[in-house]
Design a protein around this ligand. Sequence first.
Ligand SMILES: Cc1cn([C@H]2C[C@H](O)[C@@H](COP(=O)(O)OP(=O)(O)O[C@H]3O[C@@H](C)C(=O)[C@@H](O)[C@H]3O)O2)c(=O)[nH]c1=O
Length: 190
Amino acid sequence: MSEALGFETHPTALPGCVELRLPRSKDARGGFIKLFHQGAFAELGLETTLTEAFCTTSRRDVIRGLHFQRPPHAHAKLVVCLDGAVQDVALDLRRNAPTYGGHAVVELSAEAGNALYLPAGLAHGFCVRSDAATVLYLTGTVHAPESDAGIAWDSAGIAWATEAPILSERDRHHPVLADFDSPFRFPEGT
Ligand SMILES: Cc1cn([C@H]2C[C@H](O)[C@@H](COP(=O)(O)OP(=O)(O)O[C@H]3O[C@@H](C)C(=O)[C@@H](O)[C@H]3O)O2)c(=O)[nH]c1=O
């Protein structure tokens, strides 16, 4: 575990991919949670240039993913569950990584106040475990539709937490991991 300004990183099964426990507090009004601090991220060796933020809402059993951006628009990603709970998954696509094709699973929830940080070269997806979930992303490069890509959610040996997944049309048609010609290298990520 490493710590900077109340941000704690905890390792996952994939090198460079960490669970972050976020600084937070509560008082009579409600709660406070900090998602990003440039100095703390620098100290922890995480990407400090986060250029775009977006948010999704999803209902129970929704699976989104497994998504990534290809070079030259590959990026690190910070994923936070602001409401509800999700089974969050990172898939290693970095050639020569000891964990290539392997994945990490972290339960993210508003209650736990945690986040998943994925370096470039990993695909990301999640499955909603609560009635609804709000997921916020911060990314190291802006959305580049021509580089936005995916791996089939059911091709990487992930034990998803639903037997009745709800998927987007796009997410039904990604290539399977076994056919994927990865542009990513380890340890650089891009
Ligand atoms: C990802 C993204 C999508 N869009 C647009 C494209 C499309 O019209 C609409 C919905 O896009 P999608 O169906 O790809 O959204 P979604 O399936 O929610 O995509 C997200 O999935 C999770 C798992 C991630 O990791 C995210 O980075 C992102 O890829 O939003 C943006 O404008 N900016 C963005 O950054």
